[in-house]
Design a protein around this ligand. Sequence first.
Ligand SMILES: Cc1cc2nc3c(=O)[nH]c(=O)nc-3n(C[C@H](O)[C@H](O)[C@H](O)COP(=O)(O)OP(=O)(O)OC[C@H]3O[C@@H](n4cnc5c(N)ncnc54)[C@H](O)[C@@H]3O)c2cc1C
Length: 397
Amino acid sequence: MPSSADAVVVGSGYTGLHAALRIARAGRSVVVLEAGQPGQGCSTRNGGQLSTSIKPDLTTLTSRHGAETARAILAEGVASRAYVEDFVAQEGIDCNFRCSGRFHAAAHPRAWHKLCKIADGTDITLVPRERQRAELGTDFYHGGAIFHRHASLDPARYHAGLLDRVRAAGALVVPECPATALEEQGLGVTVRTPHGVIETRNVVLATNGYSGPLSRWHRRRIVPVGSYIIATQELSPDLVRRLFPTDRIASDSRRVVYYYRASPDGRRILFGGRSSAGELGARVAAERLRRQMVRLFPELGTVRITHSWMGYVGYTFDTLAHTGARGRIHHAMGYCGSGVGMASYLGMKAGLRVLGDGQGRTALMTPRFPAHTLYRGDPWFLPAAVTAYRMLDRVGL
Ligand SMILES: Cc1cc2nc3c(=O)[nH]c(=O)nc-3n(C[C@H](O)[C@H](O)[C@H](O)COP(=O)(O)OP(=O)(O)OC[C@H]3O[C@@H](n4cnc5c(N)ncnc54)[C@H](O)[C@@H]3O)c2cc1C
C-alpha cells in the first residue's frame, strides 16, 4: 500500500474504474480500494442491458430543474449509452456488445397508451399485441415498443476488460481493502484502511448501492435495493429463438420491473427482477422469480434453474443519478437500477473533474441531492413501498 497517491477511488465497479482510468491515463497516481474482489458489487452481476433512458420524464424534470436542464439531463442518458459503445470499440474489449434494441412490453392497457404517446416511428416503434409474438414468445402483454438504440453486453467481460485497461494504465487496484475513514484536512484527505493510511488530494466515492458508514452524508441519500436474476439450464436453440425471435433485450412497464434476455451465448434465458417486498436470499428468490418467468413463458414450466444471484442497486429519492463533490470527496452514484451506461459515463466524468478538466461537467451535477429526515441508510420502508408499487402495477398506474 503506498502512503500517498494523487487520487484514491473507493469501489471498483464501472464508476470507480472509469474514474481511475481517466486519472491514471493523465499520468497521475491512483489507488482503487475495493472492500471485496474487483467488481464484486453490481458491475459483474447485472443483466447487461444498456438503455438511453432517464427515469423521471421531461415534465417531471422540467418542474424540478427548468426546461433547459431537463433537456440536458435527458441528453445525458443518450450520451451514456453512446459512451460505452465507443469505449468498448476503441479499447477492443471483447464483451459481446450488440446494438440489439429493447422490446419494452406493456403490462397493462394503460401502459400501451403511454407507449403510443412516446413512440416516434424511428428510435421508438410500436408493436401491437397481435404482432407481439414476432418480438417475444408470450401473449402476456398488451403490445409493446422497440427502443432501437438500447443495447446489450456481457457485464462481467466488460468489467474484466475495463479492469485490465485500468491496471495497464498504472492504477493500483487493491482487493479486500475497505476504506474505513475519510478525513479531510487542508488541501488533502487522509484515507484509512485496515492495511494502512493513504494521503491524497482527491477521493472518488464509487460505492453506489454498497455505500456503508464511510460517508454518512452519502449513505442518507442512497437506498440499497436488491435486484435478483435467475438463469435457466441450457435450452435448445429452437426454444430460445421462439421466445426471443429478434434476440433483443426485454423489460416490461411495471414499476416493480422484470427484465430478461437470452444469455450472450444464446443458450439460456436470464430473467431478472424483484420477487418479494423484503430482501430474500438468492435461493429463495429463485423459485419466486421462476414462477414469474413461467407466467410469461409457459413453455419454460419444466425447465430447471441452474443459477441465481442478487446485488444491491442504489436508488435515490428523486430517481435520478447524482454526481458532484463535497470538498475533495467526489461522488457518482444513484443509478436506480440502470447503471451499466450511466455508471461508466459518470465515473469517467468524475475522473475528468478530479483532473480539473471542464469536460467533466454534466447536467447530472444537480445542486440538490435529496435525503430524507427519517432515513439513515436502513431502508425500513422498502417492503411497504414495493407492496404499494405492486398495487399500482395491477391497475396500470
Ligand atoms: C442483479 C442486477 C441486475 C442489474 N441489471 C442491470 C442492467 O441490466 N442494466 C443496467 O444498466 N444496470 C443494471 N444493474 C445495475 C448496475 O449493475 C449498477 O448500476 C452498476 O453496476 C453500478 O456500478 P458502480 O460501480 O457504481 O457500483 P458497484 O458495481 O455496485 O460497485 C460498488 C463497489 O464499492 C465497493 N465498496 C463499498 N464500500 C466500500 C468501501 N468502504 N471501501 C472499498 N470498497 C467499497 C463494493 O464492494 C462494490 O464492489 C443491475 C444490478 C443488479 C444487482
